[in-house]
Design a binder for this molecule. Structure first.
Ligand SMILES: *[C@@H]1O[C@H](CO)[C@@H](O)[C@H](O)[C@H]1NC(C)=O
Length: 538
């Protein structure tokens, strides 16, 4: 068909509704052919108008009488699809027949329109009516999921990007998504990348690094806003699980661990337990203990339980050998971060050492005429313990003529306390007893055997004051008359007695002419024959 453009009508008007003002624009372009007339009319209405809502006064717009519409059986013809608009013939108006959902009709296509034909018979007239459907903000932005779960390592550096779901808004234009917001923004900020044509994608950018030990989950809300009036929005919850990284070394709970241990404590005694805290998760927070640095002696004496950090003795301690030990215990997590806990162990003295006596000088024989105060022995007494456990007292057994005196500290002199008499007691066993002041006290003793040497301090002593002997007269010269005996309390040569006659005169005769005495035996012999009538008193 060949149409000639005969008329062009441009018409617009405003219609006010309580909420808003709609601009309904009408364009009519008519093409008049030879036999019939073809006109195209265009209306614009918002979507979602209720049934019966006014679309346009087609009779007036086309300049057709109502009566012509009735006589020509004017009607709306829709090819396929739904008929959204119907003709009110007696009013000459087009009204909404069925609710129009722009999103259903056109999806994201803009502009959105549908068309139908208005046919009037007798003579036949055909009008194409195009209705443009304007978007209203009847859809809120919607995210594909209600929640987003993410796992982000706490070691992630700032600047790392995490793509987020974009929201979808079925509306178009300003009613489509215009903006996004993320809250809170302590750790993440939002970056919106606009690729044009309503195509925005959003990313969360780490701006303050995460710390699992402070917060192991971060909850955020991403909101998408459209540009409608009023604005509609949609939200999605974002749950970020913060994954641990080994960013914490174990930290000793005390700056210094001190333990006191008695030196007599049995092997296996628990002294103390070091403990280091590691706030990391899993193996990153599992701490094991070992001795990092200690003297060879300390390593032989102490061990640390790798799991519990308990420090126990491996052997007997000896205060006298070493009083203080310093250990450095390494606390290491299974991720390899470590710290050192300092331990000081003080060994406490116990009275485990007996005092000792050492003879520095000793003369085992002393002359009986030694003056009072003569030194017999010098001893050194010691006790390896300390404090009262090492304070030593020294004494000797009672009832002997000796005493012990302290000369220098730890040195004692054993001296005579009385004059000695070998003839009375020739030998003494002197026991030196030392005791410390521990509780209970420990003792030692040493016995010195002292001999008293003889001094010739005793004269020989005759058994009798007078010896009387009888001899038969006319004896033969040389006969043994009598034996005299003198004893000497002294010893050895000092006790050997020799007998001599003292020079004397017996009735004019020297005694040595009458008798002789044996030097050794004390036997007296007659030297001449005696006569009863003579009497000698020797
Ligand atoms: C001294 O001790 C020794 C040995 O125990 C003993 O044989 C001796 O008789 C003792 N001497 C005295 C004077 O007690």
């Amino acid at each position: 068909m060949d149409y000639l453009p005969l008329c062009g009508v441009f018409h617009h008007r405003r219609k006010a509704t309580p909420q808003q003002k709609w601009q309904i624009v009408l364009f009519i372009i008519c093409f008049y052919g030879l036999d019939d007339i073809f006109c195209q009319s265009r209306y614009s209405i918002p979507e979602e108008m209720p049934e019966g809502s006014f679309v346009g006064n087609i009779a007036k717009d086309l300049g057709i009488e109502i009566s012509r519409l009735i006589s020509g059986k004017a009607r709306v013809v829709t090819k396929g699809g739904r008929q959204y608009v119907e003709l009110s013939r007696d009013k000459g108006t087009l009204v909404v027949k069925e609710r129009i959902d722009r999103e259903e009709l056109c999806k994201q296509t803009t502009p959105c329109s549908f068309s139908f034909d208005l046919i009037i018979e007798n003579p036949i007239q055909l009008h194409r009516v195009i209705v443009e459907v304007q978007d209203i903000n009847d859809n809120a932005p919607k995210f594909p999921r209600e929640t987003i779960n993410m796992q982000i390592s706490e070691s992630t550096v700032s600047g790392a990007r995490f793509p987020l779901d974009s929201a979808v808004d079925l509306d178009v234009g300003v009613n489509g998504i215009q903006n996004y917001a993320l809250s809170p923004t302590d750790n993440f900020k939002l970056e919106i990348n606009d690729q044009g044509e309503d195509n925005k994608y959003v990313e969360m950018v780490l701006q303050n690094e995460l710390d699992r030990e402070e917060r192991n989950e971060v909850k955020l809300v991403l909101t998408a806003y459209d540009g409608g009036s009023p604005k509609k929005y949609g939200t999605v919850q974002i749950f970020v699980s913060v994954l641990d990284s080994n960013d914490n070394a174990p930290v000793c709970e005390q700056s210094l661990y001190k333990a006191d241990v008695r030196e007599t404590s049995p092997v296996g005694t628990v002294l103390t337990a070091v403990s280091a805290a590691d706030p990391d998760d899993g193996i990153n927070g599992q701490v094991s203990y070992s001795i990092a640095q200690a003297s060879k002696e300390a390593r032989n004496l102490f061990e640390v339980n790798s799991e519990t950090g308990a420090i126990t003795t491996l052997d007997r301690l000896d205060y006298e050998a070493e009083k203080t030990f310093r250990l450095n215990v390494k606390a290491m997590d299974k991720g390899g971060l470590a710290n050192t806990c300092k331990v000081v162990i003080d060994v406490l003295d116990e009275n485990d050492n007996s005092p000792t006596i050492q003879l520095m000088s000793f003369s085992n024989t002393i002359a009986e005429n030694s003056p009072v105060g003569t030194t017999i022995a010098v001893v050194n007494v010691e006790d390896a313990d300390s404090g009262k456990n090492g304070v030593v007292q020294c004494k000797i057994n009672d009832n002997i003529p000796f005493k012990i005196e302290s000369s220098l500290s730890d040195y004692y002199a054993l001296i005579t306390d009385e004059l000695l008499d070998r003839e009375n007691v020739a030998e003494y066993n002197i026991t030196i007893l030392v005791s410390d002041q521990g509780s209970p006290a420990l003792h030692s003793n040493k016995t010195l055997a002292v001999k008293i040497s003889d001094v010739n301090d005793n004269p020989p002593d005759f058994n009798f004051e007078h010896y009387r002997a009888f001899i038969t007269e006319n004896n033969s010269p040389g006969v043994a008359v009598l034996t005299i005996k003198a004893n000497d309390a002294d010893w050895g040569p000092n006790a050997r007695v020799s007998y001599f006659l003292e020079d004397s005169d017996v009735m004019g005769n020297p005694v040595s002419s009458l008798i002789s005495i044996n030097l050794d035996s004390g036997v007296i012999h007659a030297l001449r024959s005696f006569d009863y009538e003579q009497k000698f008193n020797i």
